[in-house]
Design a protein around this ligand. Structure first.
Ligand code: 5AD
Ligand code: SF4
Length: 472
């Protein structure tokens, strides 16, 4: 049964602890004549980024200010990811490096949260090995952060609190968003699909949708604050609403958000091919603000591998689906996720992956080496692919995809595109940056007054990952 855990009573508890931490921070601030700083490092996907925005929102209410440097912060949080082994290794590296800092600065609080913490064995290991970590919490209880900080202030040595709740939706948390033009809005949490390589269903729990009124309220608020683009987030947004006790689909949600004044662009990630309904394709086509750009992971080309991955579609049905989408929405840009070296993947299976890549001609692809995740079905298989073979296939795939991305970007030359201006380019302060409707990064000479506006830019050069142009 779904439950809104920030009920009035619990909201009061959360606010009570936020207030208490704030009071303590205020006193310390007077003593030290400086505000306390927090540093959050986020690993992994946008869902984690979105959670970090909530953590930051709560911390600001507690009187902390943001820092971009761990080593001048009084509170350090790592929001972890466990989707692949290298994401976990990075966290271990960072933790090891912080040991000396904690010894020299014992008053600094180090906290860990996120997907890695939902795995019992990993938590045990971290708790026992990295004794300088003060607080460990999971993906279901981020709203308890103030309580944990308060308890550490009160003298508790270490806190470990992982909730194993299925069916929880947390509403009402404050946000400190990373951007003021584009915002992420989670529409659902968790995943029911159990792809055999994937750890997400084990660490994020079952699918649960937010109430439509909560989503609409959030987007309305964002529009009032001047946000122009929203990205709807979920592990599988296409199954939005299936768990709610009234009739609403993801397509219905798109129409509702399309009507919100002030919002100019709507994007969404991620879609599962098995849930890409005709109704949804029609909604993308009809909703003027929904960008004509679709992220549709296919993971592997071979029908045999897809079956073993539990993806419940075939090579042929995926290609048919793409054909249908392209027929309905001719200029749509399509991106994807691909895993190379799933257990038992033969050379001929890999050729099916390359075949899909060549036939669909994705604008870009996120390509991954298969990574064995303890607890998943595929991890038990004896026919794991050697690192050498995985890398060889990976490089081959990358080369072909890069050529295609390059050719697609070349086709933009001398065309005029509509760009939502995001701000100054990070790499080149003389340039401004934005994205096309098709989600391509484009850089151009601009000015501050254009930020947040949709302008026309003529493309005059390109690279594999971005375009360059001139405002017209
Ligand atoms: N190994 C490699 N890639 C993975 N992904 C998910 N699990 C694994 C794994 N065990 C990829 C999938 C998914 C993306 C977010 O991460 O391609 O779509
Ligand atoms: Fe993982 Fe598959 Fe769910 Fe995506 S759909 S989160 S790959 S289990």
């Amino acid at each position: 049964m779904k439950k809104d855990i920030i009920s009035n009573e619990e909201k009061e508890t959360m606010e009570y602890f936020i207030e208490n931490v704030k009071k303590i921070n205020k006193t310390d601030e007077y003593k030290n004549v400086t505000k306390k700083k927090y540093f959050i490092e986020t690993f992994g996907c946008q869902m984690n980024e979105n959670d970090s925005e909530k953590l930051a929102g709560m911390l600001i209410k507690m009187g902390y200010i943001k820092s971009d440097n761990k080593e001048d912060s009084q509170l350090i949080i790592f929001n972890t990811c466990c989707i692949r082994e290298n994401a976990e290794d990075k966290v271990y590296g960072h933790l090891g490096a912080l040991k000396k800092y904690k010894i020299d600065n014992p008053e600094v609080i180090i906290a860990l949260c996120g997907c890695m913490m939902q795995q019992e064995e990993i938590v045990k290991y971290i708790y026992n090995t990295f004794r300088h970590v003060d607080i460990i919490f999971g993906t279901h209880n981020i709203h308890m952060l103030a309580k944990y900080i308060f308890e550490i202030f009160e003298g508790q040595e270490r806190i470990l609190d992982i909730w194993d709740l299925e069916g929880v939706v947390v509403e009402g948390l404050p946000f400190e968003r990373n951007d003021n033009i584009k915002a992420w809005v989670s529409v659902m949490y968790g995943c029911n699909n159990f792809c055999t390589y994937c750890i997400v269903p084990y660490v994020r729990g079952r699918e649960r949708s937010r109430e439509v009124k909560e989503i609409i309220e959030e987007v309305n608020e964002l529009a009032k604050k001047g946000y122009k683009e929203i990205t709807l987030l979920g592990q599988n947004v296409n199954s939005y609403g299936k768990d709610l006790d009234y009739n609403i689909s993801f397509a219905n949600l798109l129409y509702l958000i399309n009507d919100i004044k002030g919002i100019e662009r709507i994007r969404f990630i991620t879609s599962h091919p098995k849930d890409m309904s005709d109704e949804l394709i029609k909604a993308i086509k009809e909703c003027t603000k929904v960008c004509k750009s679709l992220h549709l992971p296919f993971q592997a080309g071979s029908t045999k591998v897809l079956k073993e991955m539990n993806r419940v579609y075939t090579k042929e049905s995926y290609l048919k689906l793409i054909e249908k989408v392209k027929n309905e929405i001719p200029n749509i840009s399509i991106t994807t996720d691909i895993i190379v070296g799933f257990p038992g993947e033969m050379e001929k299976d890999f050729l099916d992956t390359l075949d899909i890549v060549k036939r669909v001609r994705f604008d870009s692809a996120y390509t991954f080496l298969y990574s064995k995740r303890t607890g998943t079905k595929a991890a038990l298989r004896k026919d794991q692919i050697s690192d050498k073979d995985k890398k060889k296939r990976f490089n081959e795939l990358l080369k072909i995809q890069n050529e295609i991305s390059n050719e697609i970007n070349r086709s933009y030359l001398n065309k005029t595109v509509k760009v939502l201006v995001e701000g100054k380019s990070k790499n080149n302060p003389e340039m401004y940056t934005g994205r096309t409707d098709s989600n391509k990064v484009i850089n151009f000479k601009g000015e501050n007054s254009l930020v947040g506006k949709i302008i026309k830019v003529n493309v005059n050069s390109f690279q594999t990952w971005s375009l360059k142009g001139e405002i017209i």
